[in-house]
Design a protein around this ligand. Structure first.
Ligand SMILES: [Zn+2]
Length: 339
């Protein structure tokens, strides 16, 4: 391991830290992923990173004190947070919802405090690790994980390990282009990204635009006013058979399906795990996506891939944080697997 702090690969417990813009969570779990103790407190981002890091340290101390666990019984501390970050040096670099945390050398702070090895990973990669070790990708070697919330994030497990790419930006599946030119402006500054069509806010924006041309829809009855329309209103109206809503859901599934077909055509994974909107909408949405994927990719590739909702749901943050450490344990256990 790169750190001089103690890494205890045989220890029975692991600590996890999930740093978010509105909440902080720390968990203590067994090395097999049973979560024994959790502390959750608001981030209070306006009080700055000094306050936040001190709060995290006290939360981790509570995890151990209230379970009677000592640091020498802990493998290490996994930390998940939004990008941008420097994972090699363990530094948080002001993610969009936590801009004052720039820079925060979280790994150095935790290692100095607890004398334990710590490792930082972006939350989408942590989610992929969680689904691989504990969720829909358990026991598989090639897992694609995608969130479908405020943005479209992703992480890749390839040949039994997290794939980071040349400088840690692999798996940014939300920013593949799904139109040849033009398209709506994405949060990343480019046009026509998958995220600009299929994130929650993008679905809502496309729906509002359609409603301004065809206001006679059950979507509007549910939302009250066109400015209030969300992706949830769209899916609810589609489920009751509203024609415009069904058209927009089909269109969303079309963009997602083409995106997924491109991914599987390159990576040939065993499973794609979809979180947030896809988990909430289940088969109503996923069956449409599956049909597009089957039509747009080689049968030899589409017949082996499962497209599944995330079974971890809102717990993906807890499992993601501990998986940042437990991926090392899993890889060490798997190291005699023939290539
Ligand atoms: Zn983009």
């Amino acid at each position: 391991m790169k750190s001089t702090s103690s890494y205890h690969p045989q220890a029975p417990y692991v600590l996890g830290v999930d740093v978010g813009g509105t909440k902080l969570a720390t968990v203590l779990a067994t090395r097999t992923g049973q979560i024994l103790h959790k502390v959750r407190l608001p981030t209070e981002a306006d009080k700055g990173p000094q306050f936040g890091v001190a709060r995290l340290i006290s939360m981790l101390n509570r995890n151990m004190a209230e379970t009677g666990v000592t640091p020498d019984e802990v493998i290490g501390i996994g930390v998940a947070c939004g990008s941008p970050m420097d994972t090699a040096r363990g530094i948080i670099l002001g993610p969009p919802n936590l801009q004052s945390w720039n820079p925060v050398p979280i790994v150095a702070r935790l290692e100095a405090e607890f004398g334990l090895y710590a490792q930082l990973e972006n939350d989408a990669n942590a989610g992929a690790l969680a689904e691989w070790l504990f969720g829909a990708g358990k026991g598989m070697h090639n897992v694609v994980y995608m969130t479908m919330g405020t943005g479209i994030g992703g992480g890749l497990i390839l040949d039994g390990r997290l794939y980071r790419g040349a400088n840690g930006n692999a798996g940014e599946v939300g920013h593949m282009r799904v139109v040849l030119q033009g398209g709506p402006l994405c949060g990343c500054g480019k046009r026509g990204c998958l995220e600009a069509f299929c994130s929650g806010p993008s679905i809502a924006r496309r729906t509002r635009k359609a409603l301004r041309q065809s206001p006679n829809s059950a979507i509007l009855e549910r939302a009250g006013h066109v400015d209030q329309v969300t992706a949830e209103h769209l899916f609810a109206a589609a489920r009751q058979g509203d024609a415009l809503a069904l058209h927009l859901v089909d269109e969303t599934a079309r963009y997602m399906g083409v995106g997924l077909a491109n991914i599987i055509q390159v990576l040939n994974p065993e499973v794609i795990v979809l979180g947030t909107i896809a988990t909430e909408q289940g088969g109503f949405f996923l069956d449409r996506v599956r049909r597009v994927v089957r039509a747009e990719s080689w049968p030899q590739i589409s017949e082996v891939v499962q497209i599944l909702p995330s079974p971890l749901g809102e717990q993906v943050g807890d499992y993601g944080a501990i998986s940042v450490i437990l991926q090392n344990v899993a890889r060490e256990a798997d190291s005699d697997r023939p290539l």
